[in-house]
Design a protein around this ligand. Structure first.
Ligand SMILES: [Fe+2]
Length: 166
């Protein structure tokens, strides 16, 4: 058996730091993705999610406050890898009809990362009896789920078709 005494609240704090770091990086990446997008609808979706993400950072800061901890991020290689893939697509598909389809795929990977993190954190908060924190995390989780669904619709109804027609 491990000698470590780390418990669920330690995992929760580490997870919060991880997603706080990730959200800050996403705020830096979204304007670049909006600028790169050819489709106005896609650029608008990225802009909208940028504003939502700023609100999500504020929510995370409230959660840190609820547990009496300074808002601090922790280097998260997972999100850096996902964002890097988005940058690669932007560079490699610049000027090509498939650029926007690639950008959506990259954004969907970011959303899945966040849905995974927020889903876990929300359940941990509930099980730690932190209902206020759980409610805040759930609000963000729903925004991420909605963003993902919106991007799926945009890809299927519009963007993927453009990618096929040169
Ligand atoms: Fe987010």
């Amino acid at each position: 058996m491990s000698k470590s005494t780390k418990q669920l609240d330690d995992l929760f704090l580490e997870g919060l730091k991880d997603i706080y770091f990730a959200e800050k990086k996403i705020i830096a990446a979204l304007p670049k993705m909006a600028k790169a997008a050819e489709s106005e609808a896609l650029a608008a979706a990225f802009e909208k999610h940028l504003h939502e993400t700023e609100g999500q950072v504020t929510r995370l800061e409230k959660v840190f406050k609820l547990i009496d901890h300074a808002s601090r991020g922790k280097n998260c290689p997972g999100i850096m890898g996902v964002l890097e893939e988005g940058q690669e697509i932007t560079k490699e598909y610049k000027g090509s009809p498939a650029l926007d389809a690639g950008l959506i795929a990259a954004a969907q990977a970011v959303e899945h990362y966040e849905i995974s993190r927020y889903g876990t954190l929300m359940v941990w908060a509930q099980q730690l009896g932190m209902m206020g924190a759980a409610a805040l995390l759930n609000e963000t989780l729903q925004e991420e789920v909605n963003t993902h669904a919106f991007l799926c619709r945009l890809a299927e109804t519009e963007i993927n078709h453009v990618a096929k027609v040169a």
